[in-house]
Design a protein around this ligand. Sequence first.
Ligand SMILES: *Cc1c(COP(=O)(O)O)cnc(C)c1O
Length: 398
Amino acid sequence: MTDVPPAAVPGAAVPPAVVEALLAQPRPVCAYVYDAGALRRTVAAVRAALPPGTLLLYAVKANGHPGVVAALARHVDGLEVASGGELQLAADTGASTVVFGGPAKTDAELSAAVATGTLIHVESLLELRRLALAAGGRPVRVALRVNRADAGLAGTHRMTGVPTPFGIDEATLDEAVALARELPALRPVGFHLHAVSNNLDAGAHAAYVADALDWSVAAARRLGIPLEYVNVGGGFGVDYTGDERFDLDALRTGLAAVTLPPAVTLAFEPGRFLVAAAGWYAAEVLDLKRTHGRWFAVLRGGTHHFRLPAAWGYSHPATVVPVDDWPYPFVRPEVRDAGVDVVGELCTPRDVLARDLPVTRLRVGDVMVFGNAGGYGWDISHHDFLRHPYPQMVLLGQ
Ligand SMILES: *Cc1c(COP(=O)(O)O)cnc(C)c1O
């Protein structure tokens, strides 16, 4: 058994349009529902917290569903991609601004990025050399991704100030800039400083941005780089198990106090925060059983569709959507006022979405809906393990 802690927080109400879409699905229900209206509203709220002129990009890896990316691309200023596949997806959506990061770019990916005029976040000295070769003499704008010596921020996935494969160690930045100077195709225009994922403290995030700008101005001056671009990455957090919020008002207040250096474009590239609340994962209860004193609700679905709770080791809150239809001639199993372990259809005890989820009534045939599933849900899951059919993908508000 896994050591997933109990689901402390019951799920939030599921919007009526989402319920309606779910009840229209073939049985047994298994679907992701995304809402373009919710995506648009989140982008608007984030933008209102950022200083005027800030570039708001969407980090595609959080959710690469083409409909979701296209819906977001209409409202953000551009897309951040981290693979050749995402680069192609960004081109297919017609995004005007695309930036390309990631520590393992191939020559083919670098060439494709150069051909489309993408700004490249370079992550190593060797990559500078390979990019110059791929550029074949064409001028390329690059931002150097730096793993700063000390730029920690709380969050679940720290990437700078600690040893990671991401970016150029600050201690070798001078060497990287000297190398870039020898490679005439490359034109360094600034820095990329994505530091963390899932930070819930918006005030601390604003302080991190202020510090990143100060650091960038000082480093650019010292290294003789005409500073045009500072990308502070993503990392706005989502509290999956409680009701903490990444407070956009606190972010706005904090950022309003920051003086932007002249001629510098400040860029953000959140993923999770832009998509999480606009997605629901839903799966029908196929069986209910009690073994060794615990209730199990077995879903037509599971962690091969929604791996986040298993990957992070928490219980994801869920809401029961009752389905009254019962087509069988025998008694419908149900459980009342109990804690239920909500598990998937995979033949492994690790296929657990929530432990000890409190339910007032749950029947076979009801649908379990998991909110906040729009980011790092389907995209990080191992879809083909056991070869079950994929969920339906529904995009509302198109
Ligand atoms: C993953 C990633 C992001 C997005 O991070 P979120 O935590 O989803 O906001 C942004 N930039 C880079 C470089 C990333 O790797």
